[in-house]
Design a protein around this ligand. Structure first.
Ligand code: SF4
Ligand code: SF4
Length: 203
């Protein structure tokens, strides 16, 4: 059933159409006030601290590949089931054969990067990756490593000192963090500041 909204108006409002005057007054006020809109894409938009954007696998400067150890924690914790990892055992360690993320199914909860014991995965601050088809949103391991390269280049991030706030969940005692999550943190890094990388322009 369609219910028509009928606002209550008094006689004066009906005769003088005061809403029009109110609207005009608002328009005039806004006309001379400082604009709050940004001229995107001509004007750069700073991302909010802790923004979770395009997925990336951190490139290991020593091996040139990913530091993922195929522990499967990210794939297990992912509520969208959009991470698929294939691996094989080699002596006493696992070797990743493929690592895929269906980004269109991702809800950007950040659980995957939070649970990764070796900080191999990150949701970068990159948000400009629109496309006209689904295919570009299927990230293979190579795509994810390329995403990291792009992130490093665009944000002028120092790989050695980069720290993602979601690698260190709030409230987690230092001693309970895996060693890899403790070691790369610079001495001036604080949870409150949510420093996301050396050289990164904070707001
Ligand atoms: S951010 Fe959440 S939904 Fe997206 S891949 Fe990670 S765990 Fe899955
Ligand atoms: S949690 Fe980290 S190390 Fe484990 S499979 Fe995922 S990306 Fe690899």
């Amino acid at each position: 059933m369609f219910v028509k909204y009928k606002p209550k108006r008094n006689l004066l409002q009906t005769i003088l159409h005061t809403e029009i005057l109110q609207g005009m007054a608002l328009t005039m006020r806004r006309l001379f006030s400082r604009p709050i809109t940004r001229q995107y894409p001509d004007e750069e938009i700073p991302v909010a601290l802790g923004f979770r954007g395009q997925h990336a696998l951190v490139r290991d400067p020593e091996t040139g590949g990913s530091t993922c150890v195929a522990c499967m924690r990210c794939a297990t914790v992912c509520p969208s089931r959009c991470i698929r990892i294939r691996f094989h055992d080699e002596e006493s360690r696992r070797v990743v054969d493929s690592y895929d993320i269906e980004a269109l199914r991702c809800v950007y909860c950040g659980y995957c990067e939070e649970v990764c014991p070796v900080n191999a995965l990150v949701l970068t601050e990159i948000f400009e990756y629109a496309a006209y088809s689904r295919d570009p949103f299927h990230f293979t391991r190579e795509d994810l490593l390329a995403n990291w390269d792009r992130f490093v280049e665009e944000r002028h991030i120092d790989r050695e000192t980069y720290v993602n706030p979601f690698w260190r969940p709030r409230g987690m005692p230092e001693g309970r963090l895996p060693a890899a999550k403790r070691l790369p943190v610079p001495s001036d890094w604080t949870l409150e500041g949510q420093v996301v990388g050396a050289g990164y322009d904070q707001q």
